[in-house]
Design a protein around this ligand. Structure first.
Ligand SMILES: Cc1cc2nc3c(=O)[nH]c(=O)nc-3n(C[C@H](O)[C@H](O)[C@H](O)COP(=O)(O)OP(=O)(O)OC[C@H]3O[C@@H](n4cnc5c(N)ncnc54)[C@H](O)[C@@H]3O)c2cc1C
Length: 447
């Protein structure tokens, strides 16, 4: 009996510790940072933010002591090498918070970028970029999407050779953390006339390199537009970047020339799974909120939890969450088993990427609805959580693109029938069965 839903008691202790640490330390930090004021309504000044940064370092030290810093990494990169299933059990706890991934050294986009440099970087690139990234001393961004197109075939940002240097020209946008990053991994076209798969390369670009211009720091809806014009580091956001004749040394190339798109798929595959793991946490939190509210709120003398339509919504949310979580865990288990992103695994990753958006949407919507006006207010975390649903359906490839991909991968396991009727056409199957059983009966009677 190989299937077992338990983990070793030692690891369960780690999961329990993360759950407690998240509730007691990270959730209050989230609340304090998002309020940005003290209890008298005074905005936090630079000294207060400095104190918070030191406090964060202290939390990170506790995580390191516990052996959980960078828990997504293998031992070769200084991580505990837990594998994806255990990663899922931890990530779903962190998914309930904003700062959790940062406190544990496993925040996007740094995690995917670590993977990229670890797999493709030279020793020198690893020393300069990967090591400080792993230590949490530097931060990175991934600059691929362009303002006019999210689809690689349409990309225009160009890197051309000039002697020993590369010259980068073009625009990118929605580069998460671009304004605050120490360096960027930029996808640029290096061979416009080659087939798509060989057309692009990746470059490591220091954020301070001459010609890297942050045009705006784009935020999600809900944030005032004026914040987009504050391009100073530390403000979060997704940068709109113009690369103006950025001159890069030859060794800024990450991986081999022309391998950019293939490399990006490896990076995005891991990131998609991690996002799905954290989405489980977001949905679980929404369901917890819905249950507490249903048990606490009355309408026409009855508790909401006693109303059948509320019960139906709670049941639907529970089922969706359980199915989604099991699918994410199954995908994690498959990755652990094979150690690479095989076709079968890419199919499952596409599927959980698609469901992450749908399940988030459905569960959070029901929870908001159940909370009535309170759900629509900015006095719960639901507004933030609601944002995560459409985001999930867009970032790292849109739902439609993943659906197209999933169906292609699914269909590879099937063959067309060249008969007029399909292989499962009952008259044909019955005739086949009748032929078989005619023989069975004849044999029985002749004995
Ligand atoms: C929160 C967030 C963070 C992000 N972070 C980063 C980052 O760090 N770095 C980065 O480079 N990018 C980042 N992105 C950008 C993201 O990768 C793109 O938004 C995504 O790839 C889609 O591209 P697009 O926005 O240009 O949409 P488009 O490609 O223009 O798509 C628009 C619509 O057309 C539909 N569509 C497109 N193609 C097809 C098709 N073949 N069949 C059917 N429908 C189709 C899409 O599904 C979608 O509904 C981020 C996005 C978000 C929301």
């Amino acid at each position: 009996m190989a299937i077992d839903f338990d983990v070793e008691p030692e690891f369960q202790k780690q999961v329990d510790w993360v759950e407690k640490f998240t509730k007691e330390e990270i959730e209050p930090l989230d609340h304090f940072m998002s309020a940005g004021t003290d209890k008298n309504g005074k905005r936090l000044d630079e000294d207060a933010w400095k104190a918070i940064r030191v406090y964060i370092k202290d939390l990170q030290a506790q995580v390191k002591d516990r052996g959980l810093w960078g828990f997504h990494l293998g031992p070769d990169l200084g991580g505990p090498g837990l594998g994806q299933v255990k990663l899922c059990l931890l990530n779903e706890k962190l998914g309930r918070t904003r700062m959790g991934p940062y406190i544990f050294g496993c925040q996007a986009p740094d995690t995917g970028n670590m993977e990229l440099i670890a797999h493709n970087g030279t020793e020198e690139q690893k020393r300069k970029y990967l090591e400080p990234l792993l230590a949490g001393e530097k931060h990175s961004a991934y600059s691929m999407t362009e303002p006019h197109a999210g689809e690689p075939g349409e990309f225009k940002c160009l890197a051309t050779r000039d002697g020993d240097e590369w010259v980068l020209n073009g625009e990118k946008w929605f580069t998460s953390n671009g304004a605050g990053a120490d360096f960027l991994i930029v996808m640029a076209i290096t061979a416009p006339d080659k087939p798509l798969i060989e057309r692009a390369s990746m470059f490591l670009v220091d954020r301070e390199t001459e010609g890297v211009e942050i045009v705006r720091n784009v935020h999600g809806f809900g944030t005032p537009l004026r914040d987009n014009y504050d391009t100073s580091p530390g403000r979060g956001g997704h940068a709109y970047i113009r690369y103006n004749n950025v001159r890069l040394p030859a060794d800024a190339l990450l991986g081999t020339e022309g391998a950019g798109f293939v490399g990006s798929q490896t990076r995005l595959s891991g990131g998609r799974v991690h996002h799905a793991m954290r989405a489980v946490g977001v949905c679980a939190k929404a369901l917890d909120m819905a249950c507490e509210r249903a048990l606490s709120r009355r309408s026409k003398g009855e508790l909401l939890s006693d109303l059948q339509m509320v019960q139906s919504d709670l049941a639907d949310s529970y089922i969706q969450l359980k199915q989604f979580r099991l699918h994410v865990l199954y995908t994690a288990w498959l990755i652990d088993k094979t150690g690479s992103y095989t076709r079968e695994i890419r199919k499952e990753i596409a599927a959980i990427k698609i469901s992450a958006a749908k399940v988030n949407h459905d569960i959070i919507y029901r929870t908001i609805h159940l909370h009535g006006a309170l759900g629509m207010s900015n006095e719960t975390a639901l507004g933030d959580m609601w944002m995560s649903a459409p985001q999930m359906g867009i970032m790292d490839g849109t739902t439609e693109v993943h659906k197209a991909n999933l169906s292609k991968l699914l269909l590879k396991n099937y063959e067309a029938s060249d008969d007029l009727f399909p292989t499962y056409h009952l008259p044909k199957l019955i005739l086949k069965a009748q032929n078989k059983f005619e023989k069975v009966i004849d044999q029985y009677l002749s004995n």
